[in-house]
Design a protein around this ligand. Structure first.
Ligand code: GLU
Length: 444
């Protein structure tokens, strides 16, 4: 058995009930065989065995009182995965599906994603099985305060810097930051994705979606001489990533015809009206089906995965993990789709990814193409440390440069290791090599 196969088998044996984490490890390790050959010293130093084990995992009780005065208990967690190249950095996810296997997959991905940004950030992730949907502002606040009461002792601007993810946006970050500041009596950049009046960065809200489109524009141009201009685009999801991916895709000349939520999808042949989506999702916090009230000619279909049956040139999965399977991939290919860019973390399952690569589509893995969010978090940390803030144009142009550089690095690395045009291998290897070499230099 090769060393990499041995590590994968050990991971499965050690934590058998974490399929998402196994999937994330297998997807990365699939690309690393040539790296292990080239660096026997990394094999000897146990880098491959060490990188799959988090440096630290914290699981804690989060008690809070709901609006009826009843005590509720959720589970909170933070996985501090790797600090070889900087303080742990990564979002918090509040969703009923959260358990250690999900947080470990996200934390593992985050190590390589953060490395690819070129900024000094290690990998971490956290969250809770708390569901903010249907909760009052007061309930969300009391939950966040209780969550931070424990988390505060484990994080810090130079130790671990959480941010948002699914279910954690500006409101939650505000409550979390307020509590941290009270406990520690210090105003530091301990969280990113903060509101603009208290240390947030311009462009952070738009960053993941915008960054995805900057990456895709560069990739499509270089690899296929194509672009968003005059292309039909489908964007799954309707959260923060999806909304700003759709906005930038339109600004670059694409026509976004479909979006979705966890219940179903809408198709608007005239192009999705994003202002309407923003009202439904950001203000009213309702289901995407409401879109029909504003645009009666649009079509709503029950079932979120129905979106992949809609004919498009470019598909941007921006909802959640494993939302796009092999069947969906076959349909997209059959319908003439030439590019798929992951805005969410691991939205395409392994069989879908293999099909896209086999059929020669431009396929951008999330750890490269959605890195714009955390990259802009890195820029927020820099601004906080300087006690200064850059203009929208300054941050946006830095984000664009970072995304172009991630593409260049990913594409060049793929070529160098014999995986021409395979951005999955390129991203895995480029992200890994930097972290591995830092771990090697630092000893055990
Ligand atoms: N949750 C985002 C991600 O998956 C952003 C993390 C951050 O800004 O720290 O990359």
């Amino acid at each position: 058995m090769s060393i990499l196969a041995q590590v994968i088998s050990d991971v499965k044996k050690r934590d058998p009930h974490e399929p998402e984490f196994h999937q994330a490890v297998e997807e990365v390790f699939e690309s690393l065989e040539p790296v292990a050959k080239l660096h026997p010293e990394w094999v000897d130093a146990g880098i491959f065995n060490r990188i799959v084990e988090p440096e630290r995992q914290i699981i804690f009780r989060v008690p809070w009182v709901d609006d009826k005065g009843k005590v509720q208990v959720n589970r909170g967690m933070r996985v501090q995965f790797n600090s070889a190249i900087g303080p742990y950095k990564g979002g918090l996810r509040f969703h009923p599906s959260v358990y250690p296997g999900i947080i470990k997959f996200l934390g593992f991905e985050q190590i390589f994603k953060n490395s690819l940004t070129g900024l000094p950030m290690g990998g971490g992730k956290g969250g809770s099985d708390f569901d903010p949907k249907g909760k009052s502002d007061g309930e969300v606040m009391r939950f966040c305060q209780s969550f931070m009461l424990e988390l505060a002792r484990h994080i810090g601007a130079d130790t671990d810097v959480p941010a948002g993810d699914i279910g954690v946006g500006k409101r939650e970050i505000g409550y979390l930051f307020g509590m941290y500041k009270k406990i520690k009596n210090e105003f530091t950049g301990v969280l990113t994705g903060k509101g603009l009046p208290y240390g947030g960065s311009l462009v952070r809200t738009q960053a993941t979606g915008y960054g995805l489109c900057y990456f895709m524009e560069e990739a499509m141009n270089t690899l296929k001489n194509k672009s968003f201009k005059d292309s039909t685009v489908v964007v799954s999801g309707s959260g923060n990533v999806a909304i700003y991916a759709a906005e930038k895709a339109s600004q670059l000349g694409g026509k976004v015809v479909a979006m979705s939520d966890s219940k179903g999808c809408i198709y608007d042949s005239e192009g999705i009206d994003l202002e309407t989506i923003k009202i439904i999702k950001e203000v009213e916090k309702k289901r995407i089906q409401e879109y029909l009230k504003y645009r009666p000619k649009a079509v709503y279909t029950e079932g979120s995965s129905e979106i992949w049956n809609i004919k498009c040139d470019i598909a941007l999965p921006c909802a959640t993990q494993n939302e796009l399977d092999e069947n969906a991939a076959k349909t997209l290919v059959k319908n003439g789709c030439f590019a798929v860019g992951e805005g969410a973390n691991m939205p395409c399952n392994p069989k879908a990814v293999h099909l896209f690569l086999k059929k020669g589509l431009v396929f951008a893995p999330g750890k490269a193409s959605n890195a714009g969010g955390v990259a802009t978090s890195g820029l927020e940390m820099s601004q906080n440390s300087m006690r200064y803030s850059w203009t929208f144009e300054e941050v946006d142009s830095k984000l664009k440069e970072i995304m172009k550089e991630i593409f260049r690095n990913t594409n060049e690395t793929a070529k160098k290791y014999g995986f021409e045009n395979n951005l999955v291998a390129g991203a895995n290897i480029a992200g890994f090599v930097k972290v591995a070499s830092a771990m090697y230099s630092q000893g055990l």
